[in-house]
Design a protein around this ligand. Structure first.
Ligand code: DAH
Length: 339
């Protein structure tokens, strides 16, 4: 009997199966009621008492071995059935789609970078403002049309709470709390009560710059503008200043740059003038300095303000302003390379 047990043990240790039905056949062969091991168990009854102890132990070990061996063959085959054998676990993961910077953010950051090379630092103010910071401190007459419901979104009246219509409000906020020298750049969103179309929107973005110090001159303004235009649109860019009017600057001007599409020769984009308008500017009106607590006899300053959408249109020829706020991924992904 002991030989039979040893023979079965080596048989079972070497068992293999290619399918679940083969495993089942092995189970029947060794473990079923009429299987090899059960037969041995029956023979065990006739074994002399002095051998019972040793043989019983061996028999039990054999049964455990067969049960475990067959169970592990079964488990291995069941797993094979469910695993996708084409799966390559060493392959690198699929690339994760990355977001892109919004074109307005790209351009805003570029404007900030250019002015920071001249020593300007970023200042910010609230979008929900009061009349004083948006209009009165900036020398707007009591009956100025910009205060009208047509242009300004009022949240409440008396006292007036409104959405700022320009970032010039940040100028007065900073001047009220800081004495010169002041050299700030103020990016931000502004709101106007306009019908939305390809060319106008009820909200857009501006960047304002303000420099106040002793002896700031129009020549300083002009040189700053030239530096900005060349950094932004290329070293061959020319600028031209046309007289204009803003309540908070005197004298005031609008700046054109030579059309960056045709290089100034004239094309449909610049309406065949060779020039495109990009910003408003001027010397800070002494009334504004005084209203904000700055001595206008000692200090002078210049200010300028530009629309970020306008600059972005010039750089990337975006035809429809609404594209900037629709968040169409196909549009936003066009700026991936500029990330
Ligand atoms: N605030 C003006 C606007 O919204 C833009 C502007 C013009 C800003 C002249 C200035 C400036 O600082 O000096 O159209």
């Amino acid at each position: 009997m002991i030989e039979k047990i040893d023979q079965l043990r080596s048989e079972i240790e070497g068992l293999s199966a290619a399918s679940l039905s083969e495993v089942e056949a092995l189970r029947i062969k060794y473990l079923s009621k009429k299987g090899e091991i059960s037969t041995l168990m029956q023979d065990f009854r006739t074994v002399p008492a002095e051998q019972k102890r040793e043989l019983g132990q061996k028999l039990n070990e054999l049964k455990t071995l067969a049960t475990e061996r067959i169970a592990s063959l079964k488990e291995a085959l069941e797993n094979v059935d469910t695993v996708d054998t084409d799966l390559d676990l060493t392959r690198t993961a699929a690339p994760m789609p990355l977001g892109t910077r919004h074109p307005l953010s790209l351009v805003k950051d570029e404007i900030i970078a250019i002015f920071s090379r001249l020593g300007f630092t970023v200042a910010e103010g609230p979008e929900i403002e009061d009349d004083w910071h948006v209009f009165s401190s900036l020398n707007f007459a009591e009956d100025h049309p910009a205060r009208d419901m047509q242009d300004t979104f009022f949240i409440s009246r008396n006292p007036d709470v409104l959405l700022r219509t320009h970032t010039s409000s940040v100028q007065s906020r900073v001047m009220e709390t800081t004495q010169p020298p002041i050299r700030i750049i103020c990016p931000g969103r502004v709101y106007r009560n306009e019908a939305i179309s390809a060319r106008a929107h009820c909200f857009f973005h501006q960047v304002e710059a303000l420099y106040v110090n002793e002896n700031v001159s129009y020549a300083d303004l002009r040189q700053t503008l030239l530096y900005f235009a060349r950094e932004m649109f290329g070293p061959d860019t020319k600028i031209r200043l046309r007289p204009s009017y803003f309540p908070f600057t005197e004298p005031s001007a609008e700046m054109d740059i030579s059309c960056n599409l045709c290089g100034g020769k004239g094309c449909s984009f610049c309406k065949h003038t060779g020039w495109v308008e990009i910003l408003g500017c001027g010397m800070v009106d002494p009334n504004v300095l005084e209203a904000c607590g700055i001595d206008s006899k000692k200090y002078s300053g210049f200010a300028l303000g530009m629309g970020v959408e306008r600059i972005t249109n010039l750089k990337y020829q975006v035809k429809d302003l609404r594209m900037f706020s629709e968040n169409d991924v196909r549009f936003l992904e066009e700026f991936t390379s500029a990330r």
